[in-house]
Design a protein around this ligand. Structure first.
Ligand code: SAH
Ligand code: SF4
Ligand code: F3S
Length: 442
């Protein structure tokens, strides 16, 4: 019987995409899927390094798994542990030094070799080269049918924000070719996908060429336009953008192309120009607010979300007030916010004027309450209105289905008929915390 595997995934959508790909590759290579980490022959941990808390999760998992491995070995059974993802890239051999039950450490751009490592054994234990091109070329198309699919189009980051590990864990920016992306999207659409989210650490700086015209640069706006020609594809999203890379072509593509969803995740991190400068973000508060204004003018329906870091070294009450003022000006539809976490190897980690944890916590709580207030206001606007919803999943209750609005809000409805993959007009009746409940109109 073939060995079974289980993948546990942390971190962002890029990691989820990689996990799906490894899943497909291992199935293709004859491995079986296990129900959970306790019942598997191969445990794969796809890790995230972005904040200290995220990366420490690896070591608590390894603690448990190494005991498990010893017990299995006593029974004469084999158990392999593979650590992949951004901690693998950042810490490499250190991981094995800290916990020698780990069999392989595989960075995000070497994942294509995992089936071989597991089949042949006696390989090098640590694989952390930057091989974006090879990686994407070796991945297979997904066998699963999904209504909403994530498609990685770009990997890596050249921005080097002072607090961030991504340029080191994912390497330099690499954009996949238009043909590759088109083929993958076409494939998932044939299998039932109605919505794609184009993924990249810096998706708005996507740049590639097409085979027919090597001179022509294809940017994100062109790519969205090209894929929107696939008839059965109904919705296009992309994630994550950097404010400095949003060009007029992309904005006007949103205005012209009804498949482009009116929701933009556009992280600002801080509202203080002093802190933005220290963060090496290369934009000011005014530039960000002007961009939002410009987009709103061309695409009035557009809603925004953002990421925020509070308590970056040197952040004063006045700096924090500037962040608050951005939140009140833009009125984000949703957001993620974090206290600053010092990451080894980043320029920010050497800064001395660190903020007291109590102060960080207090600012975060204040900010999160404010963000939730705006999110509720945004959501309340849709009560009693008719909204187009793409049904993507079954709900937790009998006959319940879950879908997403153009602004990515979850909506629950009941139906005796299977609704997966349908775009329905739904009257929004209730809001419980962050999800809607509604009635089908058509
Ligand atoms: N490429 C994206 C996001 C990358 S990481 C971008 O440019 O926005 C996702 C989010 O994690 C970031 O937007 C940031 O808000 C947060 N983050 C990154 N490094 C962090 C750190 N050292 N401490 C706290 N939050 C951090
Ligand atoms: Fe990190 Fe900045 Fe790159 Fe985003 S743009 S991944 S925050 S370095
Ligand atoms: Fe984490 Fe790596 Fe994504 S550090 S947020 S998994 S790019």
């Amino acid at each position: 019987m073939h060995r079974s595997f289980f993948i546990k995934t942390y971190g962002c959508q890029m990691n989820s995409y990689d996990s799906e790909k490894i899943n497909d590759l291992l199935l293709f290579n004859g491995f079986r899927k296990a129900e959970d980490l306790e019942k598997t022959d191969v445990a794969i941990l796809n890790t995230c390094h972005i904040r200290e808390k995220a990366s420490e999760k690896l070591y608590s998992d390894l603690g448990r798994l190494s005991i498990f491995k010893k017990n299995k070995e006593k029974l004469g059974k084999k158990f392999s542990i593979v650590v992949m993802g951004c901690v693998a890239q950042a810490e490499g051999k250190e991981i094995i030094n800290r916990n020698n039950s780990v069999d392989y450490v595989v960075g995000p751009q070497n994942i294509q070799i995992i089936p071989n490592l597991l089949k042949k054994e006696n390989f090098e234990k640590v694989h952390v080269n930057f091989l974006s091109e090879e990686k994407f070329q070796s991945l297979t198309f997904s066998k699963t049918n999904k209504t909403a699919s994530m498609i990685s189009i770009q990997e890596g980051c050249d921005k080097f924000c002072s607090f961030c590990v991504v340029p080191y864990t994912r390497g330099a920016e690499f954009s996949r070719t238009v043909e590759d992306i088109y083929a993958e999207i076409n494939h998932v659409v044939q299998k039932g996908t109605k919505e794609v989210t184009l993924l990249g650490q810096n998706v708005s700086s996507y740049e590639s060429t097409i085979y027919e015209d090597k001179e022509k640069k294809i940017k994100l706006a062109n790519l969205c336009n090209i894929i929107s020609k696939i008839p059965r594809l109904k919705r296009i999203r992309y994630l994550t953008s950097h404010p400095n890379d949003i060009d007029n072509y992309l904005i006007s593509e949103h205005a012209k192309n009804e498949k482009m969803m009116p929701f933009l995740h556009l992280p600002i991190q801080s509202g203080s120009d002093k802190i933005l400068k220290k963060m090496n973000r290369k934009h000011t508060k005014k530039q960000y607010l002007d961009l939002v204004k410009k987009i709103k003018l061309v695409v009035p329906k557009m809603a925004f979300s953002s990421d925020f870091i509070v308590g970056y070294p040197g952040e004063t009450e006045e700096d924090f007030e500037q962040t608050v003022s951005v939140v009140n000006a833009v009125k984000f539809a949703s957001s993620y916010s974090f206290v600053y976490s010092s990451r080894p190897g980043t320029p920010a980690s050497t800064q001395e004027d660190v903020i007291n944890p109590e102060v960080k916590k207090k600012r975060l709580t204040y900010l999160q309450e404010l963000l939730i207030k705006h999110q509720n206001n945004f959501n309340n606007f849709f009560l009693d209105k008719e909204v187009e919803v793409l049904i993507t999943d079954v709900g937790k209750k009998d006959n319940q289905y879950v879908g997403r609005t153009p602004h990515l809000q979850p909506v629950h409805v009941y139906s005796k008929k299977n609704l997966i993959g349908k775009i329905l007009n739904i009257k929004i009746e209730r809001l419980t915390s962050f999800s809607f409940h509604g009635k089908i109109l058509n």
